[in-house]
Write a protein that binds this ligand. Structure first.
Ligand code: AMP
Length: 288
């Protein structure tokens, strides 16, 4: 397994793979890897085959964090990340520094952004104003470094995958986006690097996100002709409020492909929510 820190070196590795007809499968991450990330690595390997090149980037992208958010305390453990990647058969870890990724940013010179301005408006985009601008910018930059044929993203960040898919189409990146299912703990909590912030009491209450999604699935299944979204959201908001350390940020029902909000919730609609457990903000989503 190679560790590559410079952009020109990464591009040379990618170009060599292309010359030798090896497909490149790419999994962008912010590190502090868990089994959810590794399931994306396995999917990338499945897609590119044993001769393909599987690249994982580990980069905590500062431009997708607001000043009030957890950039400086975002969990990091490179020793463990390297071991997990090696064990999963990753070929290359792309590990750029801030100076490499954003030359001139510290001096205020970085001034080019990639902006998706439709799908990124609601939900995460409404709660985190400049978040998706940072995501699309860094993902476009990473694509230009890694030159992947296939990029694997997690369904855990449903809106992010939709925004990146739109960017790939709109900007003509010759890349196939694969969305891999959300990996969960035994009690249903979606795996997330941010789960490491939770106190034992918050961790117990954090299952409320999955419980709410399961309840929504059951209610929609039992309904004859669907449910009004507003009353469903009110019912579920009460479940979140019943947890002493939980605070609902948003809960939305929408079309899973277009992200258009639904007024009536039918089977197959998509639901996403964001909940604070103490200071930690968790997100989850599922098809109903
Ligand atoms: P992150 O390191 O949190 O930026 O996530 C990197 C990639 O892993 C994103 O495409 C996420 O959607 C995906 N991911 C994070 N958590 C999970 C999970 N529990 N199951 C599947 N994919 C995940």
């Amino acid at each position: 397994m190679k560790i590559v820190e410079q952009i020109d070196a990464m591009q040379r590795v990618a170009q060599h793979a292309k010359k030798t007809d090896r497909q490149i499968g790419f999994v962008p991450t912010m590190g502090y890897l868990h089994a959810g990330h590794i399931s994306l690595v396995n999917e990338a390997r499945r897609r590119v085959g044993s001769t393909g090149l599987v690249v994982v980037s580990i980069y905590v992208n500062p431009t997708q964090f607001a000043p009030s958010e957890d950039l400086t305390k975002y969990p990091r453990n490179l020793v463990r990340d390297r071991r997990l990647c090696r064990n999963a058969g990753v070929d290359v870890i792309f590990l750029p520094s801030d100076a490499v990724m954003y030359p001139g940013r510290a001096e205020g010179l970085h001034s080019t952004w990639v902006l998706e301005d439709r799908l990124s408006q609601g939900m995460e985009g409404a709660s985190r104003a400049t978040h998706f601008r940072g995501v699309t910018t860094v993902v476009a930059k990473l694509f230009n470094c890694v030159l992947p044929d296939i990029a694997v993203f997690g369904a855990k960040d449903w809106q992010q995958a939709a925004v990146v898919k739109r960017m790939i189409t709109d900007l003509n990146f010759p890349i196939e986006l694969v969305v891999a299912p959300t990996h969960r703990e035994a009690d249903g909590l979606a795996m997330s690097s941010r789960n490491a912030y939770l106190s034992p009491a918050e961790r117990r209450q954090a299952t409320v996100l999955w419980r709410v999604l399961c309840e929504a699935q059951a209610l929609v299944r039992q309904s004859v002709n669907g449910l009004p979204a507003a009353s469903l959201k009110r019912t579920l908001a009460k479940r979140v409020a019943a947890e002493p350390d939980a605070r609902l940020d948003y809960i939305e029902v929408f079309d899973g492909a277009t992200l258009a909000p639904a007024r009536r919730v039918q089977q197959g609609a998509h639901m996403a929510l964001a909940v604070y457990l103490g200071k930690t903000r968790l997100i989850d989503n599922a098809a109903l």
